[in-house]
Design a protein around this ligand. Structure first.
Ligand code: ZN
Ligand code: ZN
Length: 163
């Protein structure tokens, strides 16, 4: 698994930006800092790093926001998905939710706990909504109109049906 033949692929929600990382992703963690909260529109940002020589953009180009003098954050200008954190020069940090297979990589560490939500640990104990009973027709209608890119590389995107 952690050999040189391992690949991770991923991209943004709309599929305009796709990337590929060879080898194992390092330092999988969730960052609770305030800048990551803002950049994600979420309570934390899940990250891991790919060595820069093993990382490539395979479709499109991300937009960049220089969030400080030493760090820029990459995202899709078309759909807004946060994708990258670039601050070191020798590796590219990737948002783990943008991977095609997020369950494949479990975070091993939390960082910047100062701004961590005090009730973060309670989230898993929230009441849950029963699984909605979607009819076959409703399910088909949702799939037919979803413009979310599938969780794998595609030859052409968007599909011809949209263009
Ligand atoms: Zn996009
Ligand atoms: Zn952070």
């Amino acid at each position: 698994m952690a050999d040189g033949n391992t690949f991770h692929t991923g991209g943004c929600q709309c599929g305009a930006v796709r990337y590929r990382a060879k080898g194992e992703l390092g330092f999988p963690h969730v960052c609770h800092c305030r800048m990551c909260q803002k950049a994600a529109g979420n309570y934390f940002m899940p990250f891991a790093g790919a060595m820069i020589e093993n990382f490539s953009i395979t479709r499109g180009e991300p937009a960049w926001f220089q969030s400080s003098a030493t760090v820029r954050r990459g995202f899709c200008a078309a759909c807004g998905t946060p994708l990258f954190y670039d601050g070191s020069g020798d590796h590219m940090t990737i948002t783990l939710g943008s991977l095609d297979d997020p369950p494949s990589l479990k975070p091993a560490l939390q960082t910047n706990l100062t701004h961590k939500m005090s009730w973060f640990g309670e989230l898993d104990h929230l009441a849950t909504e029963p699984q909605m009973d979607t009819s076959a027709e409703e399910g088909a209608a949702i799939r037919a109109t979803s413009r979310q890119h599938p969780d794998h590389d595609t030859e052409q995107w968007p599909p011809e049906a949209w263009t």
